[in-house]
Design a protein around this ligand. Structure first.
Ligand code: SF4
Length: 417
């Protein structure tokens, strides 16, 4: 039977945009980066005071809207057609183009996670502050062994700090049930004061002696309130004593200290020096770097090049990480240099196209820099990510940082502002 062709009034045609926005473009872009772009909408309702999405004004985020069953069918079908690679984990949630939220608040999340495991042969990494269904998450972990990497953001089990930092998060008693079973792979929690991280480590270890304890400090960033910043900084001061308590407790769990670039840089100082030597730079060459790497090179390779420490001004707060530098941060620090050497990792944001985390491309930077830009290809994300994980054990921190007098010297090196 012939279908009548609708007549579109001329006015409507005139106001129709040139390129009608297709929200599925957003989903496809995320899936090409191995993300599973389930969405609950743009802003996370949990409103943790330390959330790294509080200030994301430096990057554009897109809004595909709350995921419907129809969207999920499309997502699952698209992912199923992608090749399965060994050791590749799909990440639950888009976060390159979309805003990060706790996706287990989506009423269908558990059902769709099960679909993913049932209808694909791929592995998945999930993050949540604990909104998973118990016992279902444990049942899925047993039914699909080694397919779920579940990183549970405990943050803190300290009653008062938890109330201040994450008043809308799941209760401690619910978290205990999540931890007490095979579902969780790693639990991340942090130092905020004396007897915070160390008490949590022992509590979690009693509940689950297999889960990886992923510890350290939270970094204050731009936009966080004063109380949160104060708590995070206080935790940084008590980190060494807290780490020692856990070390002495000799827990059966794998114990790691991550999140602090200054610790990572110092523990990996020999590799940083080897990499620097391989660059074969000259004294007059200006090299851009984060403050922690600046301290390492100023201490062990003094005057071997002109080291230019660049603060993470875009992220603000206490951030100090070379990978998270932006071209805008570098522009603010340039002062008439003729040539500048830039680590490649800065322009290897997962968004692609040689851009930094804010989406500015190398070409755009070159136009504004008014100097010659040379890229240090050997200082790339692959190397940096590998470094981040090497020596990341709590025992390395205790033996080669806390107990090492050179670490005190390293911390005392002044960084030009
Ligand atoms: S649950 Fe996660 S995404 Fe949501 S506010 Fe807290 S830290 Fe941010």
């Amino acid at each position: 039977m012939p279908t009548e062709i609708p007549v579109i009034p001329t006015d409507a045609r005139l106001i129709y945009p040139d390129h009608p926005p297709d929200y599925r473009d957003v989903l496809r872009k995320e899936m090409e980066k191995r993300k599973i772009p389930v969405s609950i909408g743009k802003t996370c309702p949990v409103k943790c005071t330390f959330c790294y999405e509080i200030d994301h004004s430096y990057r554009d985020t897109l809004e595909p809207g709350k995921t419907t069953q129809e969207d999920w069918n499309y997502i699952l079908d698209y992912i199923s057609k992608k090749p399965t690679r060994a050791n590749e984990n799909w990440v639950w949630g888009g976060n390159e183009y979309m805003e990060w939220t706790d996706l287990f608040l989506h009423p269908k999340a558990m059902e769709w996670l099960e679909d993913f495991l049932k209808y694909t042969d791929k592995s998945v990494t999930i993050f949540t502050v604990g909104y998973v269904h118990v016992p279902r998450i444990h049942q899925l972990a047993v039914q699909y062994p080694n397919r779920i990497n579940f990183e549970l953001s405990v943050i803190t089990l300290h009653k008062d700090h938890r109330k201040a930092l994450m008043p809308h998060a799941p209760s401690i008693s619910h978290l205990m049930k999540v931890l007490e079973g095979p579902g969780v792979t790693s639990a991340n929690f942090y130092s905020f004061d004396h007897h915070t991280m160390s008490v949590d480590a022992q509590t979690i270890s009693r509940l689950n002696p297999h889960v990886i304890l992923w510890m350290g400090c939270l970094t204050p960033l731009k936009g966080m309130d004063e109380q949160t910043v104060r708590l995070c900084r206080q935790g940084k001061k008590t980190l060494p004593e807290e780490a020692l308590r856990i070390y002495e407790a000799a827990l059966p769990n794998p114990t790691t200290i991550h999140t602090e670039p200054y610790i990572t840089a110092f523990l990996n100082r020999h590799k940083i020096m080897t990499l620097f030597d391989a660059l074969e730079l000259e004294k007059k060459d200006t090299v851009v770097m984060g403050k922690s790497v600046y301290r390492v090179l100023s201490m062990y390779r003094k005057n071997r090049a002109h080291f230019l420490p660049v603060p993470n001004a875009t992220l603000g707060g206490d951030s100090d990480c070379t990978i998270l530098l932006t071209f805008d941060d570098i522009l603010r620090r340039l002062n008439g240099e003729k040539v500048v050497h830039i680590p490649k990792c800065i322009m290897e944001s997962p968004r692609g196209n040689d851009c930094d985390i804010s989406g500015v491309t190398l070409e755009e930077f070159k136009e504004k820099a008014k100097c010659k830009v040379k890229i240090l290809g050997k200082v790339n994300t692959k190397v940096a990510d590998k470094k981040l994980w090497e020596h990341g054990y709590l025992s390395s921190y205790v033996r080669d940082y806390i107990a090492n007098p050179a670490a005190k010297e390293f911390e005392a090196i002044p960084v030009p502002t």
